[in-house]
Structure formats: C-alpha cells, structure tokens
Design a protein. Structure first.
Length: 397
C-alpha cells in the first residue's frame, strides 16, 4: 500500500529550519505548480514504462520552467542557489513526483558545459538536455577501471575532423535510451593515470557503438555495457580541454556530489512514512506478530533519526554552497550515509510484508534487491570510507 500525499504530516522533514522554512515563497510557488502538474502516480516497475514516464515528466517540468532551477537563466534555468535547490528537491519528494529521465545531462554534463564548455557546445547541447529532447549517459567506469577511474583504457585519436574512439564502458546507466554518451578517454597514447585524458561527447546511434544492457538482481536492466569500436565523434565535441579530462571530470564530480546533497533525505523520509503506514496495516490485519511489530517500530524510529541527521547534514552542505564554498570530499559522507540507509530501507520493507516481501514481482521484493546497489553507487562504501579517512580526517593511507 501507499500512503496518500494528504496523509503526510506537514512536519515530516523535521523541525522548521529558518534558512529553508516550509512557508518560503519559492517553496510555495513550486508546491502550487506541482499540485497542478505532478503525475500523482507511482513509477511503474517495468523499466521501459518508467523511463517514458520520466521523460514525459521532465518535458512537463521544462515547459513549466522547472527542469533545471540551478542553471543560469540564460540557459533555461532559474539561477537558483543551493538553498533553493534544497527546497526544490524536498518539494519534489513530498509531491511524490518521478525522477527526470535526463539526470546525467541535467546534474552532470550540463553544469560542466556551463562552466568549461565552448560556446558551440553550450548552444548545441544545453537546450536539448533540459528539454529531454535528447538523452545523455555517462561513460566513465570500465571493467578494469571502476573505483580506480585513472586506470581507464578507452582511447580516442583525431582522424581529420573526427575523434575515433575504441574501448569499453560499463555500469552506464540507461545507456540503451541515450542519444549521446559523454566518454572519458585516453587521448595521449603515451600518458598514464590522470594525465592525457579527454572528455568527449559521443553519438550513440552509429555502427561503432554497441549497447548491451546488464540485468541486475532486481530484474532491471538499468545499467549497460557500451562497446566502442571505431566510434566517431566530431572534433569539436570536447568538454573542457584536450588531454585535460581529469580536471574536467573532477569538476563534474563536484556537481554530482553537490546534487546528491540536496536529493537524498526527503525521498527517504517520505518512504519511511509509507513504511510506517504499511506496518500499521500489517499489524492490524494480523499479518505480522506483536514482537516483530515492536522490533520494526524500533527500527523505524532509528531510521527516522538517521534520516534527520542526513537532512541536517544536507542543509549544512546547502548553506556552505550558498556561501560559495566547495562541497569537496564531504560529498563522500553523504554518499556513504545514503547508501547504508538505502540498504536498510529495503530490508525493513521486505520484513514488514513477511513472505510476500520476498515474492518476485512485488514492490517490497523489488526494493529489497534494488537497494543492494546503494552501497556501490558513485563509489563503493569502502572507497567512500577511504576518502573520508584520508582526505577529510587526514589519516595515513
């Protein structure tokens, strides 16, 4: 079951925060717009249907002027600062709105182009990213270069007015739906590690590109392998500088970490509210024993406390961003905290439903399996702990 939006308490996000209060004019404007435009239906389990819903939803946001609030106004955004983004994502969660289809484009490539892209690249790609007219995927990880991104082997060389790209990317989210993949390549054949890399935008629909979806344990082919065998991209489709791709990638990662800092806690708190309602119903129907109900309630309380901790940490990230400070490696704290919580949410949701929570094709079982990836997304929990230890706490390697 799902609790209706009307049943959500106004204080679900915790005590009112003066920097981003619930009655802020920006919140109210967006909340009013969402009440008239949000689909109001849960995302389907079928991935093709889910992607289509997200694409239609992004188009609706775009037409309403809400697709990329943090983008500068000249590129179709609202010039919103981090605190406004913080409120924006909270309202999306409370409205139970779908995600957008073009997250890699809106959150990663677009902001990077705005900062370091050529005028030609901005003109060509920014409008279609925001409108979801064209979809973008991120080609970074490789079979032998996952957490160690500097070990990539995909190569690109100039051949007249085109780049010729050879290599393989993996864990490329929704590559099968994308029109373009922004690919980190080694463009200096004599280079090693962080040197001699370039970020290129490569068209997907061409003979030199093969996309092979990877089915996860949840049954979703959310990721894909991308094989590049003489794939071609125009010479001007460079993001940042040639052979300076590591610098460009670090800029992109800062946008990724910053965006994560605005998005995680609100959807989790709404999900937690749903789980509490499901537990009440299961207990009332006698579907779960009294001791199990008491144990689940304790876990719900613990998860609520941790979600509020994440809420406050994310608010701190937004406040620092508003002051012009870089998020830096603190994004690893958000990633680690969120990933562990995601896994526990999946486990608790399944336990509340007993045997039905393990039945293939049900939402609890799907969430249980899908949540296992939480501690892998954007770098494993082990990698995040190393980053926190070495770069934030100054501990020895």
């Amino acid at each position: 079951m799902t609790i209706s939006l009307d049943a959500l308490p106004s204080g679900i996000l915790g005590p009112e925060v003066s920097l981003a209060p619930e009655d802020h004019p920006f919140r109210q404007e967006f909340r009013d717009w969402l009440s008239n435009n949000s689909p109001g239906v849960p995302e389907p389990l079928d991935q093709d249907e889910k992607f289509e819903l997200r694409r239609v939803w992004q188009r609706t946001l775009f037409e309403g002027g809400w697709a990329g609030p943090a983008w500068p106004e000249e590129f179709g955004g609202r010039g919103a600062g981090p605190l406004h983004q913080f409120m924006y994502y909270e309202e999306l969660a409370l409205a139970r709105a779908p995600y957008v289809a073009n997250t890699p484009g809106i959150a990663l490539l677009g902001p990077t182009l705005i900062q370091v892209g050529s005028e030609e690249m901005k003109t060509r790609f920014l409008p279609v990213i925001l409108s979801a007219e064209e979809i973008f995927s991120q080609g970074f990880s490789e079979p032998n270069a996952g957490s160690d991104l500097a070990a990539i082997r995909t190569r690109a060389r100039l051949d007249g007015d085109e780049w010729v790209i050879d290599g393989q990317k993996t864990w490329t989210t929704w590559a099968q739906y994308s029109d373009f993949c922004f690919v980190l390549c080694r463009t200096d054949p004599e280079s090693e590690r962080h040197r001699g890399l370039t970020l290129l935008v490569c068209p997907v629909d061409q003979p030199g590109v093969t996309v092979r979806p990877i089915e996860q344990i949840s049954g979703d082919p959310e990721f894909a392998e991308v094989f590049l065998d003489g794939a071609r991209a125009p010479a001007g489709y460079v993001v940042g500088g040639i052979d300076d791709g590591w610098t460009t990638a670090m800029i992109l990662f800062q946008f990724e970490r910053g965006d994560q800092g605005f998005t995680d806690h609100a959807r989790m708190l709404v999900h937690l509210h749903d789980l509490a309602g499901e537990l009440r119903s299961a207990a009332a129907e006698g579907e779960i024993s009294a001791p199990a109900t008491a144990a689940a309630r304790r876990r719900l309380a613990q998860l609520w406390i941790r979600c509020q901790q994440l809420h406050r940490f994310n608010l701190r990230v937004a406040v620092r961003g508003e002051a012009g400070e870089s998020i830096g490696m603190e994004g690893s704290v958000v990633n680690l905290f969120w990933g562990e919580l995601e896994r526990e949410f999946g486990e608790l949701g399944s336990e509340i439903h007993g045997a039905l929570g393990l039945l293939e094709g049900t939402e609890p079982a799907h969430q249980l399996l899908a949540s296992r990836a939480g501690t892998i997304h954007s770098g494993t929990s082990e990698i995040q702990r190393n980053i926190i230890a070495e770069r934030l706490l100054g501990l020895p390697r």
